[in-house]
Design a protein around this ligand. Structure first.
Ligand code: 6LW
Length: 488
């Protein structure tokens, strides 16, 4: 037995999908405008997950140049068939629905194979008669066609199939064949507080569908607001070799009131079967998995940046020469673009815990208006940062808060000479910004929340960045190391 506490993968890791190969489990999540895209995690107990790679590591797989915040890569599905892994998803900015394949899930994955069917949240079913079904949502209904998995070509026109139970935004379909019956499991109610999972079964993938009498089979929409986990849904099922069923799904944790800023995270729950339908109920805070415990290598708290760990990503495009991992630390070459632009020089990882501390030592000689520092970054419209810069007053350390159309300078002090230590600490409600052990100011987490950032699906990332604010920086900023310590 392995004990688990939810979330099993904290921080901005939404839309989880899982598959099993022998005794190994693989899980992927959505990544929107971040590059590389779609992390791949491995586990042997469904509780301890270690990232082993990304599915989308090349610009040819992941064109994101014009991706709006929360555009780009939506919900993925991972499946395994006949020696090959398939990851199918949507690039809502460019190209639509596609899949990539790999024999080793750590990568490299193939170039995209596009499928000419609209909607989002695609999924695949490899049927036992050799047929392969491609299902996605669109226009309030699930759509389905048969494809040739080698080419992505449709073998028959797309047809509409199960519409769900009437909740808004029916989406995230997964089609399964279990004991000879087809099951269509979907999310409904929107990815906010009304989120839920529903299911129907049929003798044919085309229907007619018989909904579960217990729908929704997973939801926290009727729990009180004192339940810290809300918005459960967007689930995927997996069966262990001994026959037990589990679901992974997304949910989020509120900081206060209706605000959440860490993004939608990955959760786990046991699944029971009643009268031929799976049932989950509400999300447990903790539980047991009937598998032997298999701990994994933790991401080290401190990186010296001699190499890029898998937890680090950039925005939209690989940063190329602008971001260099060296024996002396991370070198960031600031470009004219700043944090309000699509392509700043930035390296990011997720904030995964309400209570956390992150720290770096910065070595930088800014010219006028150049800056480099540490940011709590939600997206280009919403971010806080502490940075070293040069103004008419000389070399300064400042804290800036950008929230929608509001921008404020929250702190401004003469910079200490030489290398400086920048630190951000957080609890549920507040970030505190520190320079060389001195607290400069605080800032509320609530304005970096999904609720304060319209039409967004992401969560707070911690970033190291440099910018010339309109010009290229004359010299790079050097970050000696980065430490992240979190506690949930
Ligand atoms: C995901 C879809 C959704 O593809 O948000 O609100 C999208 N619903 O299921 C991004 O996570």
């Amino acid at each position: 037995m392995t004990h688990f506490r939810n979330p099993i993968i904290p921080g901005f890791y939404p839309d989880p999908s899982v598959c099993r190969v022998g005794e190994d489990y693989y899980l992927v999540t959505s990544t929107f405008e971040f590059f590389p895209g779609v992390p791949v995690f491995h586990s042997r107990d469904l509780v301890h997950w270690e990232q082993i790679g990304h599915c989308l590591t090349r610009p040819s797989q992941l064109p994101l140049k014009d991706a709006e915040p929360s555009g780009g890569i939506y919900a993925p599905t991972i499946r395994y068939h006949d020696g090959l892994f398939y990851m199918v998803t949507t690039n809502v900015t460019c190209g639509g629905n596609f899949y990539v394949t790999a024999s080793d899930p750590a990568g490299e994955w193939s170039d995209p194979i596009y499928v000419d069917q609209g909607g989002i949240d695609p999924s695949l079913l490899f049927d036992d008669d050799g047929k392969v079904y491609f299902v996605s949502n669109g226009n309030g209904c699930m759509s389905l066609c048969e494809i040739d998995p080698k080419t992505g070509e449709k073998l028959a026109p797309t047809v509409k199939t199960w519409p769900g139970m009437g909740g808004r935004y029916p989406e995230a379909p997964h089609l399964y064949k279990i004991n000879g019956m087809y099951y269509m499991m979907i999310a409904e109610g929107g990815t906010e507080y009304g989120h839920m999972e529903t299911i129907a079964r049929s003798a044919s993938p085309y229907g007619p569908w018989e909904p579960s009498p217990r729908n929704p089979i997973l939801t926290n929409r009727n729990t009180g607001m004192d339940m810290p986990i809300q918005a459960t849904g967007h689930a995927d099922l997996v069966q262990t070799p001994s026959g037990d069923w589990y679901a992974v799904f997304l949910a989020f944790r509120m900081s206060q009131g209706y605000f959440h800023h860490l993004g939608r995270e990955t959760y786990l729950a046991p699944v029971t079967w009643e009268d031929g339908f799976p049932y989950i109920g509400t999300c447990p805070l903790e539980g047991e998995v009937n598998l032997p415990e298999a701990p994994v290598q933790q991401v080290p708290a401190t990186t010296d940046f001699s190499a890029q760990g898998l937890e680090w990503v950039t925005l939209r495009e690989p940063n190329g020469d602008r971001v260099q991992f060296t024996e002396k630390g991370l070198l960031l070459h600031g470009m004219p673009e700043n944090l309000n632009a699509y392509n700043p020089t930035i390296l990011l990882r997720r904030q995964q815990h309400f209570t956390m501390r992150c720290e770096t030592v910065l070595d930088f000689e800014p010219r006028l208006h150049e800056e480099a520092g540490l940011t709590t970054f939600y997206n280009l419209r919403t971010h806080y940062e502490i940075y070293l810069t040069r103004t008419a007053q000389g070399r300064r350390v400042q804290v800036r808060r950008v929230v929608g159309d509001m921008e404020m300078l929250a702190a401004d002090i003469p910079a200490p000479a030489g290398e400086i230590t920048l630190q951000i600490t957080a609890d549920k409600l507040t970030y505190t910004f520190w320079c060389n052990g001195q607290a400069l100011c605080t800032a509320a987490t609530q304005f970096l929340s999904t609720e304060a950032t319209p039409s967004s699906f992401t969560g707070v990332m911690l970033g190291l960045y440099a910018t010339g604010n309109g010009r290229r920086c004359v010299s790079p900023a050097r970050f000696d190391h980065f430490t992240y310590e979190g506690q949930n």
